[in-house]
Write a protein that binds this ligand. Structure first.
Ligand code: SF4
Length: 273
């Protein structure tokens, strides 16, 4: 938190997380779209949105809905690795990587995009980059090819720095996703072989924290040894401030860590944060 970082948001996710912000008995069925997103698509038909920045925010379901529903894919530009490396380096204050980190997020950044990262990270414009973080839901295996790249090439490239972090946010039932698909301890154990790995659960209530305990015991049984964080649900300030202190207490009571959502008080929730 507080490290100057470039966030690269990839398109596509294997989940929909329709449950966030809803009572458990009002979570839309698996095949249904989040009703708030349905409403936004209706508005889009009347008056088409031309960029992410124009899209309304949602208070239920996945808050990066435009990065997961194919109906919004046209708003995500498709870049070559070359154009992307040059474009994101150009965002930096010194036009080169110094202390900044690259955070690759989504959607789910460890879907098919794994094929493209070596070309991006080996690009000349990325030469000074020393630290990458994948923000993942923890359900996607690292392919053999990408594993070899991270293990050999990226380690050499980043030398003695921390270099690689997996920020794993497993989805509890508050998300609306099913336990069996969402809690994948053996996959997270694989990440741990490659880089610093922690678990970060988004919670609102004591029941969520108890569920997180159950999940942590499954991850521990598979060999996961890293730290555990709780983060308050609520991408919008009104929801977030209702439960951040409570979530900090739930974390402390278990000897776990608390993660704030620094972007909410600093920038509010909006596209681009
Ligand atoms: S895993 Fe993350 S990106 Fe995917 S639907 Fe859930 S909240 Fe959205």
């Amino acid at each position: 938190m507080g490290v100057p970082s470039v966030f690269l948001r990839t398109f596509g996710c294997n989940f929909r997380c329709r449950g966030f912000g809803r009572d458990r008995d009002t979570i839309p069925a698996d095949e249904a779209m989040n009703p708030e997103v349905v409403r936004i698509l209706g508005l889009n038909e009347l008056n088409p949105y031309n960029s992410y920045g124009e899209l309304p925010l949602v208070t239920t379901g996945c808050d990066t809905y435009a990065a997961i529903y194919p109906e919004f894919k046209h708003l995500s530009p498709l870049y070559t690795a070359d154009a992307l490396a040059i474009g994101i380096t150009d965002l930096l204050p010194h036009k080169e990587w110094r202390d900044e980190h690259l955070v690759i997020t989504g959607g789910e950044p460890l879907l098919g995009w794994q094929r493209s990262y070596p070309e991006l990270l080996e690009h000349g414009a990325m030469a000074g980059l020393k630290e990458i973080t994948f923000e993942t839901n923890g359900t996607q295996k690292i392919t053999n090819e990408f594993h070899d790249y991270l293990f050999v090439e990226w380690s050499r490239h980043a030398r003695d720095y921390d270099k690689l972090t997996f920020s794993v946010s497993p989805k509890l039932s508050v998300s609306g996703e099913k336990w069996k698909s969402a809690i994948r301890p053996n996959i997270v154990a694989q990440y741990q072989e490659l880089g610093y790995t922690y678990l970060k659960f988004v919670v609102a209530t004591e029941a969520d924290a108890e569920e997180a305990e159950q999940a942590v015991s499954e991850y521990r049984a598979a060999g996961f040894g890293g730290p555990v964080y709780l983060m308050p649900v609520g991408g919008v300030e009104s929801v977030y401030t209702l439960n951040n202190r409570r979530v900090a207490e739930l974390a402390m009571a278990r000897g776990w860590r608390y993660s704030d959502r620094l972007q909410v008080p600093l920038f509010k929730n909006q596209w681009g944060t």
